[in-house]
Design a protein around this ligand. Structure first.
Ligand code: ZN
Length: 173
């Protein structure tokens, strides 16, 4: 993003939108949804973003119907990482495994500007992360939880197929 020019007039609508986004992100940061260690989760995966120092653990519980009955996270990180993790848990809860993978992939594509930005209907707050795309070093902060979830799903599927998770499939955030 361009440096702010002193005295430059910022369009009021843009200013309001930016502060709204900031409020949404900080609200999730201050009061994260589904944060804390989860017992008896089938999916437990760690991820980290060394550039920023973000570290997350993603937890997932799956019902007999293959849908996520619970999704949670724990960890430490910047406001963007923690807010995105919080939003991810809400977006994925209740979704079948395959759909969860699609949602995670789509989120990462949006953040990399490879797909139009469209927040899931069940978690409209995700819209607030759209501005992060303008700061390339922070994109990984936003995608960490989603990449970690994706790795957890791959690992879970591989284990169920009775084979070890191939490391080559493991994606970096
Ligand atoms: Zn970060």
């Amino acid at each position: 993003m361009a440096e702010e020019v002193p005295g430059a007039r910022i369009h009021h609508e843009e200013e309001n939108l930016e502060s709204l986004y900031r409020d949404v992100i900080f609200e999730h940061y201050r009061r994260p949804h589904n944060k804390g260690p989860m017992r008896d989760a089938q999916i437990v995966t760690k991820g980290n973003n060394p550039v920023c120092g973000d570290k997350v653990t993603i937890y997932g519980k799956l019902g007999a119907d293959g849908k996520f009955t619970d999704v949670g996270f724990d960890g430490i990180g910047c406001a963007i990482c923690m807010a995105s993790s919080s939003m991810m848990t809400e977006a994925i809860k209740g979704k079948p495994l395959a759909e969860a993978e699609e949602i995670a992939d789509h989120f990462k594509k949006m953040m990399r500007n490879e797909a139009p930005f469209l927040a899931p209907a069940n978690m409209p707050d995700i819209e607030a992360l759209s501005g992060v795309r303008n700061f390339s070093v922070r994109v990984k902060c936003a995608t960490l939880a989603w990449t970690t979830l994706r790795n957890g799903i791959l690992q879970y599927k591989a284990e169920r197929e009775g084979q070890a998770a191939p490391d080559t499939k493991k994606e970096q955030p």
